[in-house]
Design a protein around this ligand. Structure first.
Ligand SMILES: Cc1ncc(COP(=O)(O)O)c(C=O)c1O
Length: 413
């Protein structure tokens, strides 16, 4: 029986600051650029187990929504961490260690291979990296620290599930649960790092960095994410440029990296970028509406935990303020339904293991494509080719089973 996808309530707002015809400019290149991407790719491709994640066609969903083509970049198996995140956090750890080794040895030409092969193991073992996280970023930093041989302390807030805590600890990090919100955990991380001489690896510029702590890391995190866009561009048949990108955003690092990758490569022919957020923490929606970074206050918790952020990243703002065409918000229920839909596969599509933040782009596409006003305003139709990023698999196994009713292994099999 053909499935009809559910209709989710959503909000859509266009970005009055969008410059769809503008070339990729100096403001954007200062954050992400081709040279930085080449360096990130060289480093990351050398890590054990690197391989591009698959780009999966979803013809069944496309037919059901009367959309020309839907491509799904499936990050569920990235380095065994089940999300795109190792591309960012672990890459920033490697760059941080390169800087420490350069300082200690007086050499400025430290190659990433020297960090990976243990040439400076004694120096690296003395380094502690730290980060605040609501899950995936901390896991990525912990994984990187273990790969390179340094110590790692990760701060989580009250709302982070035990499964996520254990997943971080499994990589050998010390995990400290801090009372209060994610933002409280960020403040604690910087305070302790300053006291102890640790290196903070944040995924967004913010509190505490004005005094010089880890200024490079947020840019390197975002630069690492750009590797997934570069892979996707290569995986699309030569010359094929999607018409739309539906990109979920927390602080906006991933969306900025993907938007920038297509913008720098295809210029004015780049796809239309639509940002997607949970409705209770829609800081991009609010910021694009106000045309300035606007924080969301109050309870910003979301089932889509990787997207539960109240403030945009200033670095991502440089790219997405002119680069995003529109922003959408969705209720948490939309993510739950989409997880189940993708696990079943619509009209013969392959079953996909997609976690709570990973499905947001698809959920927004499903919502917009079935609403005549949004469909026409966004220019979605039989000629459209939409690229979505399945940014995580079952990063919280118990939660995945509870929502989908089966284990991720059963879905994958
Ligand atoms: C699975 C997943 N998808 C998307 C995002 C959003 O990334 P960003 O915060 O860079 O916007 C996150 C962030 O943690 C995430 O974990």
């Amino acid at each position: 029986m053909p499935l009809s996808p559910p209709k989710f309530p959503f909000k859509l707002a266009f970005n009055s600051g969008a410059t769809s015809d503008a070339p990729y400019g100096t403001r954007q290149s200062a954050v992400l650029n081709a040279a930085g991407l080449a360096e990130a790719r060289r480093c990351i491709a050398a890590w054990p187990g690197y391989q591009p994640t698959p780009l999966v066609d979803l013809p069944g969903l496309a037919k059901t929504l009367t959309i020309g083509r839907i491509s799904y970049k499936d990050e569920a198996a990235r380095f065994g961490l089940r999300s795109f995140k190792p591309l960012g956090g672990a890459y920033a750890v490697e760059r941080c260690l390169m800087r420490v080794v350069a300082e200690k040895t007086g050499r400025r030409d430290i190659d990433p291979a020297e960090i990976l092969d243990g040439s400076h193991a004694a120096i690296v073992a003395q380094v502690t990296v730290t980060a605040a996280t609501d899950g995936n970023h901390g896991r990525s930093v912990a994984w990187g620290a273990r790969m390179f041989g340094c110590r790692c302390v990760i701060y989580i807030n009250e709302a982070v599930t035990e499964a996520r805590e254990h997943a971080i600890a499994a990589y050998g990090a010390e995990v400290r649960r801090n009372p209060g919100s994610y933002d409280d955990a960020v403040r604690e991380t910087f305070a302790v790092a300053r006291r102890e001489g640790w290196h903070v690896i944040p995924d967004t510029p913010g509190d505490g960095q004005e005094d010089g702590v880890a200024l490079d890391a947020p840019r390197e995190v975002t630069q690492g994410y750009a590797v997934l866009a570069a892979e996707a561009i290569e995986q699309l048949t030569e010359g094929v440029v999607p018409s739309h990108l539906f990109l979920q955003a927390g602080v906006g690092g991933m969306a900025a990296a993907v938007c920038a990758g297509f913008w720098e490569t295809f210029g004015a022919k780049r796809p239309k970028t639509i940002l997607v957020e949970p409705e209770q923490c829609a800081c991009w929606f609010a910021s694009l509406k106000d045309q300035r970074p606007t924080a969301i206050t109050g309870d910003t918790d979301s089932f889509m935990s990787g997207l539960a952020c109240g403030e945009v990243s200033q670095l991502a703002w440089e790219i997405l303020q002119p680069g995003a065409a529109a922003a959408m918000t969705l209720p948490d229920a939309a993510a739950k339904e989409t997880m189940c839909l993708l696990a079943d596969g619509i009209e013969g599509d392959p079953p996909l293991v997609a976690g709570e933040s990973g499905v947001a782009g698809v959920a927004a596409l499903i919502a917009a494509a079935q609403d005549e006003t949004a469909r026409s305003a966004l220019g979605l139709g039989p000629d459209s080719h939409v690229l979505v990023i399945g940014s995580e698999g079952a990063t919280d196994e118990a939660l995945y089973r509870e929502v989908v009713g089966r284990s991720w292994q059963e879905v994958a099999a």
